[in-house]
Write a protein that binds this ligand. Sequence first.
Ligand SMILES: [Mg+2]
Length: 331
Amino acid sequence: MAFAEFDLIDTYFSQRMEQRDDVELGIGDDGAVVTVDAGNQLVVVTDTMVAGVHFDQDTPARAIGHKVVAVNLSDLAAMGAEPTWISLALTLPSIDQDWLQGFTHGLREICEYYGCQLIGGDTTQGPLAVTVTAHGVLPHGSAIKRTGAKPGDWLYVTGTLGDAGLALAARQRRQQVSDAHYRRITDRLYFPSPRVALGQSLRGVASSAIDVSDGLLADLRHILKGSRVGAKISLDELPLSLALTETLTQDQALAYALTSGDDYELCFTVPESQRGVFDTLVAHTASKPVCIGRITNEAEALQLTLQGEPWQLPETNTGYEHFASPIEPSV
Ligand SMILES: [Mg+2]
């Protein structure tokens, strides 16, 4: 146990979070004990964020606390799971009380908003890195997988795409953005909103789903590969924010929306037979998914059209790279 001289866990993590009824034993023993209802399945996801790789050194601590939970809840949302418990592995270069206050504030806010509880973890000394394992539950057999898309299914995305990528480019001075746009898109980079409620309501309705963390094209390809299908996308339907359309040329805006990461929106498919149910359920949700195309039977073939004409991603670097490329493919 590092930081023995200072009871970091008691001070920052033990008493401050809301308690769930299904947590029999949370922080304070060798392991947590939680009650899992019969008939449910547990979904477990893990994501790591490393300083200098996934966020730059001047990222606010509160944003790091928010985002490391958000990216995990986004994975749970893509599976259709209800978030329940998280564990945290925190590697810190030193004890910085201001940083810890900010970090736990961000972590606590998002946990309380989505009703999940921190039930354990570990703290060590070293270069700044945060890892969260999130657990979620869903009725047995109802998980939404990447392998269920069928030819003819409709393809949807939530929110707007490319905003976080543009914010990163602006922060790194690769792209000029007006102050008003900058504030809004920086919020999307630092405080992504995982589509938790929508993900759960897609159980039994969507045939496949994935969260958009590495860029729409990269993530959609996982569905196409897993389901052995292709897709046809009408780029005219792609949801773009004013920040993108007012800052960039059309080709640049599309390139950001299709390839920049960190959106944490959902991409999913809905069979024709479920479309009526789907339309009714999204009429009552805050996130308004947009239909951007259709699944085809041509395995792994992706056709992009703009105003009915084939469209290709510009070869030149338009500056939409990740802060640093992820080392491993997302799983
Ligand atoms: Mg994912």
